[in-house]
Design a protein around this ligand. Structure first.
Ligand SMILES: O=C(O)C(=O)C[C@]1(C(=O)O)C=C[C@@H](O)C=C1
Length: 99
C-alpha cells in the first residue's frame, strides 16, 4: 500500500501530433508551474516558522539529519533534483527568496 505522503504515480503523456496538442500541454505546464510556485511559497513559510520556533527554543539553525532525509527524496529527480532540494532548503533558511 502507498504511504499517505506519497502522491499517486503520474499518468503517461502521449506525444502530441499537432500544434493544438502542443498548446494543450502548455496549458497544463502553466497550471503546474503556478502550483509549484504556490507550493514553494508554502514550503518556505513552513520552514521559516519551524526555524523561528527552534530559535526561540534555543535549538540549532540547521538540522543536518533532517536536511539529508529531504535531499534523499529530491535525489529521485537526478543531480538537478539535489540542486533543487538544496535551493528549497536555502529558501527556508532565509538565504534566498527574500522580497
Ligand atoms: O524540519 C526542520 O527542522 C526545519 O527547520 C525545516 C528545514 C526545511 O526547510 O525542510 C529547514 C532547516 C533545517 O536545517 C531542516 C529542515
Amino acid at each position: 500500500m502507498r504511504h499517505v505522503s506519497e502522491p499517486a504515480p503520474l499518468p503517461e503523456i502521449p506525444v502530441p501530433s499537432d500544434q493544438d496538442g502542443i498548446d494543450l500541454l502548455r496549458v497544463e505546464i502553466d497550471a503546474a508551474d503556478a502550483e509549484i510556485v504556490r507550493l514553494i511559497q508554502r514550503r518556505t513559510a513552513l520552514s521559516q516558522a519551524i526555524g523561528q520556533a527552534r530559535k526561540s527554543l534555543g535549538g540549532p539553525r540547521i538540522v543536518y539529519s533532517r536536511e539529508m532525509a529531504i535531499l534523499d527524496r529530491f535525489r529521485a529527480l537526478g543531480p538537478a533534483g539535489t540542486d533543487l532540494g538544496m535551493l528549497l532548503l536555502a529558501m527556508g533558511r532565509g538565504k534566498l527568496g527574500r522580497k
